[in-house]
Write a protein of this length. Structure first.
Length: 314
């Protein structure tokens, strides 16, 4: 396998590159136009020339397409830009792959459970056969990208595998995301900060995976996923944000005053998101290896290290 990774400097991208290296896969890691360091190359999905140059330079057998605008509130603020990056950027990559592939090439596309939107209780756990009902521009952009790629598979025979990832956490995630935010606030409190902890909707329930398990699932799909198929990447178990917070407070061992912050409550939030992982497991043998409690401990310890040794620009 010769793997090209777009979005290699992102949260999942860094772990995916490490996972591929651990399996002795030859990797061409592409960062975005604003990334530092830039990795092996720079890919801007808004500029088809950078995509063509990367494919020509490395001639991969598989492309892991992770480059995206991934933050739902940012998508709400700038929906057109999100569509441009996530949907049209994916279309440009598919076109470049058709034009510049000298040999068979697979694309593993990192999609999102946000494409499902809010569902009726009887539809859980969510299965890949459900229709898509995205509830926000981020989910819509991923649903559009999926449709484009599956059309490429049907029209041109492109080797496409869709990885529909549910919520994932781990050390190094941006503080914009809920678990990273809670851990970072607790780490600052443990370091002597004010004991107030700001939260959004604690009743929302999510299917959390460790980012290292997500990376392993992407590698498994590159090796064994069926062409033109969609796979949930999930645990099959939902946990409320309230329960996650309780575990993090127990790990941090600090007294806190929990306060709801209206700015952290999303109007388009999905109350429950939990998927069925059986299709991925039966096809590849993949199963999550890292329990949620270990993930939370690792996230908190990483946040504590940052709080104790802040960067000069923070």
């Amino acid at each position: 396998m010769r793997a090209l990774v777009t979005g290699a400097n992102g949260f999942v991208g860094r772990y995916l590159v490490d996972a591929l290296h651990a399996e002795r896969v030859e990797v061409f890691a592409c960062g975005g136009p604003n990334d530092r360091p830039e990795r092996d190359c720079v890919v801007d999905v808004r500029d088809a020339r950078t995509l063509r140059r990367a494919l020509e330079a490395f001639k991969p057998t598989v492309v892991f397409h992770l480059a995206a605008q991934t933050f739902v509130p940012e998508a709400m603020r700038a929906p057109v830009e999100t569509y441009e990056i996530n949907a049209m950027g994916t279309a440009r990559l598919a076109e470049a792959m058709r034009a510049y592939a000298d040999s068979p090439m697979r694309i593993v596309f990192a999609s999102s459970a946000e494409v499902y939107g809010a569902r009726d209780p009887g539809e859980y756990p969510l299965r890949e056969s459900l229709d898509l009902r995205p509830r926000n521009p981020y989910g819509a952009s991923k649903a559009a990208a999926e449709a484009m790629l599956l059309s490429e598979a049907r029209s041109f025979g492109t080797d496409v595998v869709i990885a529909r990832a549910f919520n994932h956490i781990g050390p190094g995630q941006r503080e914009d995301f809920v678990v990273a935010s809670l851990a970072a606030q607790l780490a600052r409190i443990a370091g002597g900060g004010a004991p107030q902890l700001l939260v959004g909707n604690l009743n929302a329930a999510r299917d959390f995976l460790d980012v290292r398990d997500v990376a392993a699932a992407y590698v498994a799909l590159a090796r064994g996923g069926e062409r033109g198929e969609v796979y949930n990447v999930c645990s099959g178990r939902a946990v409320t944000i309230r329960d996650v917070l309780r575990e993090l407070i127990a790990i941090a061992r600090v007294p806190v005053e929990v306060r709801e912050d209206p700015l952290r409550v999303r109007s388009a939030d999905v109350p429950l998101s939990v998927g069925a992982p059986e299709k991925l497991r039966s096809r590849t043998g993949w199963a999550p290896q890292i329990p949620l409690l270990r993930s939370l401990r690792d996230v908190y310890e990483a946040a504590r290290a940052v709080a104790q040794n802040p960067s000069p620009t923070s």
